[in-house]
Design a protein around this ligand. Structure first.
Ligand code: HEM
Length: 489
């Protein structure tokens, strides 16, 4: 047969082509998505299927849909409506399974937490410090958790009330006579409380420099991880090195002091010689703790101000509760300074804090990664896939919270069902700082509500994400001292 119409291919080229195809297939087979096909067979041959959902374009997946929705929560709830509480997608190159039921959150975070490890992008791990508590599992994680918890449990923080109270008062006083960006100011407050909780009350001379380096680190945290001179990322990594040196100096000076035994601060807990942590391990955890403590608490406080401003009857009820504390001190001839037991008696205020954390869900979800192929409710979660319990979807489910979009603190008169209210997560990685966060929020609210009247210069209604959900522009507000307020103590 005349094959002159067939292209003339040289056998060497065919061999090269075959080799390239072979290498590409090996590369593909290594990817977690292809592994999923094999896992179907491995999991008892019972044809476990992946959850429903779409993976979007190769590599980018549905990242654009997620980010172009402006509000990521729209993306999550749209998916949940279409596919149910367990669905798959691909975000930032990673195949993910998102889960929005209390049962699934419990499975991932509590009952089978051993099958899922915490996961962060490598650049974020480097910035916060690879040995920080968030990224750990097993014995080292348990040790860090014990050391952190013993410094932030109610027994330890009850002695910090006076110091936090002083920080709250000086913060609110600095706002008088100007319009402030509430979120920025609350960040300063939460930062100063974190420093007191970590380093204790004595003046540490390098605190200002520590703050400056932290601000540079923060600016680069969400930037593209390009380590070229001049980029935010490069500056942040330099600031990170400097921060580690500052913390190392503080550690050295603390170690030379003799009164560690009485110091219940976080640093004292971490440098306990019996624990044998290295300076690098301690520095990574100190920097990580500031990171965990600051923006979360500040954004909850900002949302509380926003919701109280929009709900005058709730504000009135909180005010009555806070003024009652002052009145009863007056009647008993007590000092007006807040005490630990005052902060524990604020029931209405605590319901407002809980309802704000539910409705604002400042941490909308968290990430884990499956360490092996896992089966959940007949679905396959392949090894290496990211798994995301969606806290916000749970908090906004009409099946779990009646009229979920309505701000109604009275719903917390009854304790929520287990695994339906997860502002601090759940399980072995749940927030150890939750009592400290609530304490500093209560103290700040006490002063704001009993001593100031507030107004918003303009009706700010929008939300922005940075990465936490926040009222637009950080909620500009003016706080004016009320004339008949009790004198500041
Ligand atoms: C209202 C404020 C806060 C909120 C909403 C919050 C929320 C959370 C959540 C949801 C987690 C779990 C993340 C996960 O499972 O992946 C977490 C972990 C953590 N939080 Fe908080 N947090 C707050 C304040 C604080 C404070 C004040 C501290 C300071 C001690 C702190 C320290 C930590 C640490 C160290 C972890 C990691 C725990 C571990 O991996 O074992 N947080 N936080």
């Amino acid at each position: 047969m005349n094959n002159s119409y067939m292209p003339q291919v040289n056998p060497g080229t065919i061999l090269i082509l075959l080799y390239v195809i072979y290498r590409l297939s090996l590369l593909l087979l290594r990817t977690t998505e292809i592994r999923a096909i094999y896992a179907k067979i491995k999991l008892g041959g019972k044809a476990k299927r992946l959850p429903p959902g779409t993976m979007g374009l190769p590599y980018v997946g549905e990242t654009l849909q997620l980010y172009s929705a402006k509000n990521p929560n729209i993306f999550f709830s749209m998916k949940e409506k279409r596919y149910g509480p367990v669905f798959k997608t691909r975000i930032l190159g990673c195949p993910c399974i998102m889960m929005s039921s209390p049962e699934a959150a419990k499975f991932i975070l509590v009952t089978r937490a051993d099958l899922f490890k915490p996961t962060f992008p490598a650049s974020k791990e480097r910035m916060l410090g690879r040995q920080a508590i968030f990224f750990q599992q097993g014995k080292y994680h348990a040790q860090l958790r014990r050391l952190v918890l013993r410094a932030v449990m109610p027994n330890a923080i009850r002695s910090r009330v006076a110091e936090i109270d002083a920080v709250a008062l000086s913060t609110v006083r600095s706002w008088e006579g100007r319009t402030v960006n509430t979120f920025e100011e609350m960040k300063t407050y939460a930062f100063n409380v974190a420093l007191v909780s970590i380093f204790g009350k004595e003046e540490v001379s390098c605190m200002e420099e520590l703050k400056r380096c932290y601000y540079t680190l923060e600016k680069g945290y969400n930037s593209l991880p390009i380590k070229l001179p001049g980029t935010l990322f490069h500056k942040a990594m330099k600031a990170r090195k400097r921060l580690a040196r500052i913390v190392a100096n503080i550690i050295a000076s603390k170690r030379s002091q003799q009164q560690l035994e009485e110091d219940k601060g976080l640093l004292a807990s971490l440098i306990d010689p019996k624990e044998g942590l290295t300076d690098d391990q301690i520095a990574d955890n100190i920097i990580g703790l500031i990171f965990a403590a600051r923006d979360t608490t500040a954004s909850v406080l900002t949302w509380i101000v926003k919701y109280l401003s929009a709900n005058p009857e709730v504000l009135q009820a909180v005010k009555a509760e806070q003024e009652e504390i002052i009145k009863s001190k007056d009647m008993q001839g007590q000092d007006k300074v807040l005490t630990w037991s005052d902060t524990r008696s604020m029931e209405m205020t605590t319901r407002v804090i809980h309802e704000t954390m539910r409705i604002a869900s400042v941490i909308s979800f968290t990430f884990r990664e499956a360490v092996e192929d896992v089966e959940y409710e007949g679905f396959l979660i392949p090894k290496g896939w990211k798994v995301m319990p969606l806290f916000r979807n749970i908090h906004h489910s009409p099946d779990l919270f009646r009229d979920p979009e309505n701000f109604d603190p009275s719903r917390f008169e009854v304790a929520p069902k287990s695994n339906t209210f997860l502002p601090f997560g759940n399980g072995i990685h749940s927030c150890p700082g939750n009592e400290l966060a609530k304490l500093e929020i209560r103290i700040m609210l006490h002063h704001l509500i009993t001593k100031y009247s507030w107004s918003m210069p303009e009706a700010e209604v929008g939300i922005e994400f940075g990465p936490f959900a926040l009222p637009l522009n950080g909620l500009p507000m003016t706080f004016s001292p009320v004339l008949d307020a009790p004198p500041c103590m």
